[in-house]
Ligand binder design. Structure first.
Ligand code: ADP
Ligand code: MG
Length: 341
């Protein structure tokens, strides 16, 4: 979640507020806004190493936005393994023993385990030791030694994470490192959205650096519009998809990476090899729950062109745009809705 380096704050998706020629400009015009009109409040804050925008339309919008940010900051402080006081850090320090954790941390870990099951281990929340060897999460990045990589890979197995709801505790195997970076952002967005839905807001959105979830429709009654970035050109939008009371999340290889001898090494690791997953450039997932979308986008990226698309097709309520170097695939459920700029 909170890496020390800031390679890219913007990831994959751009929320489009206006239409037509103003597409790109509006991303910039929209960002710094922190205006509170009668019943619309829109504000940005850096959380989880990314710019998080919250917009709420409705009564008491300013107070609600504040509550959402406070909640999200609170959750980041629980879930980040780069914050020493976090619960996830405590679980990692206590690997091998049961460690107390709050109900929401247990929820997130249980969801992470479920996503592991759903994706046959392409998504694995115990990938931390491997990420550490590559240096993702620190300033120093390197291609790891084979032997060390094998040893780290032996600590990766989400099926060995135990959650005891009654005792309110978690146990991971000794030597394993929990990393919730592939799901926590989406989960935190889902918790923010839950506050807004409970407050019965008709219209709201949260954009956590491209993990986007919306309530209702735009002020003009049309769906929100989200631009899917071209993996090679940060300022180019490749597809536009309408979003109506849904969430969208993108995983890409152009977000956090380093290059050695012309080879790009990025932060999405294939748990079956310990190496960055090859084959795809970006995966955009549309669905109801941003936490699920977050995990699935990472998993489809890991699975690659053939198996990744098959995974999307077998998951109900999940649609995708999958982009490789040479090809792009839009899942059947989205094909009608997606346009190009
Ligand atoms: P981002 O966090 O940049 O939006 P992703 O949602 O794809 O991108 O998550 C990538 C993060 O997920 C990595 O930084 C790492 O913390 C974690 N991760 C990497 N590979 C895996 C994996 N195979 N399973 C679960 N989490 C992973
Ligand atoms: Mg993800």
């Amino acid at each position: 979640m909170r890496a020390k380096t800031r390679t890219a704050l913007f990831v994959g998706l751009v929320l489009l507020i206006l239409g037509g020629a103003a597409l790109l400009g509006c991303r910039l015009g929209w960002l710094p806004a922190a205006n509170a009109q009668d019943d619309t409040t829109q504000s940005s804050m850096i959380l989880m190493d990314t710019v998080v925008d919250v917009r709420v339309d409705g009564p008491n919008s300013a107070a609600l936005v504040e509550r959402v940010f406070a909640r999200m900051a609170e959750l980041e402080a629980l879930f980040s393994r780069f914050i020493p006081e976090s619960e996830v850090s405590a679980i990692n320090r206590g690997a091998g023993d049961w460690v107390q954790a709050s109900p929401l941390t247990l929820d997130l870990i249980e969801l992470g385990i479920e996503m592991g099951r759903l994706t046959d281990g392409a998504f694995d929340i115990t990938i931390g030791a491997v990420l550490d060897l590559w240096g993702f999460g620190s300033d120093y990045r390197q291609v790891p030694d084979e032997e060390e990589l094998r040893a780290a890979l032996a600590t990766v197995d989400y099926t060995k994470v135990e959650v005891d709801r009654k005792a309110g505790a978690v146990r991971i195997p000794e030597g394993s490192v929990l990393d919730l970076g592939g799901i926590a952002k989406g989960f935190i967005v889902s918790q923010g959205i839950a506050i807004l839905r409970t407050a019965r807001m008709d219209r709201a959105l949260i954009n956590a650096g491209g993990d986007i979830s919306v309530v209702g429709r735009r002020p003009d009654g049309r769906p929100w519009r989200v631009g899917v970035q071209d993996p090679d050109q940060a300022n180019q939008i490749r597809y536009i998809l309408p979003l109506d009371d849904q969430s969208v999340v993108t995983s890409g290889d152009y977000q956090r990476y380093f290059t050695v001898d012309g080879v790009r090494y990025h932060h999405i690791i294939d748990p079956s090899t310990g190496y960055p997953a090859r084959g795809l450039r970006s995966v955009t997932i549309v669905g109801a729950d941003p936490a699920v979308c977050d995990a699935i986008s990472t998993a489809v990226f890991v699975r690659g062109w053939e198996e990744g698309r098959a995974l999307v097709e077998r998951l109900p309520g999940v649609e995708a745009i999958v982009i490789s170097d040479t090809d792009a695939w839009i899942s059947p459920g989205l094909a009608q809705a997606v346009t190009t700029p």
